[in-house]
Structure formats: C-alpha cells, structure tokens
Design a protein around this ligand. Sequence first.
Ligand code: GUN
Length: 293
Amino acid sequence: MSASIIDGNAIREEILSELKSEIAQFQGRKPNVVFIRVGEDPASVSYVRKKEKTATQIGMNAALEVYPESISEGELLGHVGRLNGDGAVDGILVQAPLPKHIDEQRVFNSVSAEKDVDGFNASNIGRILQDDNSRFVSCTPAGIIELLTRSRIETRGAHAVIVGRSQIVGKPIAQLLLQRAEWGNATVTVCHSATRDLSAITKQADILIAAIGSAEFIKGDMLKPGAVVIDVGINRISDSTSKKGYRLVGDVEFGSASQIASKITPVPGGVGPMTVAMLMANTVKAYKLKRGL
Ligand code: GUN
C-alpha cells in the first residue's frame, strides 16, 4: 500500500474536543438540540442514539421525540412548528428516512432555517450557491471539507471529480468545492449514472469523491496515480468470517485504490465519523447565531 490514511476518527476527536472547550465557556443555558425520530428503523435508532450520546458528551443538551410510523404529515409538521417556536431549542433534526406517506422534503423545509442543523432546508441549500456560509452546510459535505482542509489538501486549481449527484452529498460538495473560499476554487466535474466513459473522467481527478452507494465500485485502475480519494459509501457485504455475517465497505475498492492513491479515507473510519461531529458544530453555530456570539 502506498497511500496514507486520512483518519476520520482522529479528526472527529479533534473537532469534538474543540467544541467541548468552546461549550464549557458558554454562560447560562447550553446549546440544545432536539431529534425527531419516526418509527423504529434499527439504523435510525442507532444513528440517533449516537448523535444524542455525542451531544451530551461534549456538554450540550439533547432531547429525543419519538413518534409512531402512523403519524400523519400534518401532525409531524405540527411538532416541528412547536419546536421552531420554542426559544430554548437551538437545533432541530428530523431523522430520515420518514415513512412513505410523508413528504420528506416538505418536512425538511418546515424546519426553521435558523435551527436547521441538518442543512436540509431549501434556503440553507440555496445559500451555499451564494457562497454564503453564515448558516448550515449539511453534515456529510461539511465533514468532507473538514477532512480535506485539516489534511492540508490543496483544492485551489485541483480537478475534483465527484461520482454521485445526490441532494445531500454530490450536489452540495460540488458547490462547496467551487466556492471562492479556502476550501474551494477547484475545477469540479460531477459524474452520475448516465455519464459516458466514467473512468476516462475519474482518471483525471486530483481529488476523487465517491458518493454512489454501490460497494467497491471505484477500482484502483480508475484513478490517477497520486489522487486523493474520499470514500463516502457505507455498504454492507456478506462475510461469513465475520460474527455479524457482514462487513462494511465503501464505494471504493480499498485494496486496489490504496496502491494508486496518495491519500485515502477508509471505510469505516473516514467520512462516517465526521458527520456526527459536523452536526455538533452546526448546533453550536445555531446557538451562537441566536445569542449574537
Ligand atoms: N439519515 C441518515 N443520515 C441522515 C442525516 O444526516 N440527517 C438526517 N436527518 N437523517 C439522516
């Protein structure tokens, strides 16, 4: 292996410890985040538990509201409205996925822009296009930017190729890398399922960001030697040698890619750990904005 590892766990700990010191300095009430979970999807239960635990570990208040799968969209919007109006709540996060009878986008857009620590509200997404970072960038793209900047990876003039055009990763990370900012000024190409001759494009990438949702899709021979590889994928593949019967792999085939890349994020332990840290950072930001700090 020639690539060095970009260690998401270590960078997450660095960020959480910075936030913890900052929170300790706040006078009076601490930052307060409320999670809404609908139903008992095991992955959502585990994600939200992790978010709550991390929030309390760094000295914030966290509350969880759980509603049944049968809740109507109107009722759920009513709960978000109540939290929007509650002066003691800084951040609101409605955990996805929501049941099929609820319009997820409508719910995300109903979260007050000032409390949208998930960065999923249309007005906060729009601000990214205006190079306005005074509000909230959603947690996965914000985490990727932190990994790049804290690993001192030069984005200015670099060709960043993003594979995947999702609302929560591909599109916002493309915009952030385009911004006139210390983490931006890249030349950005976004590839997707209709892209022709994908490897001809990925081979030009100085920075390759894989957010496809397909296990080990990007192979080493699709990379430019020395590329920086950021793997956003988290895929379960069956593995009879593991106790759980599966193991986690990214959207990049780590074995072959790490022979060609100069730096690479592992799965697990790369982008994943960053998302919770960025949610905490967004909540602290919401608290400070409200208090004019
Ligand atoms: N489900 C999986 N990831 C996320 C996330 O970042 N935010 C929300 N609200 N739901 C999710």
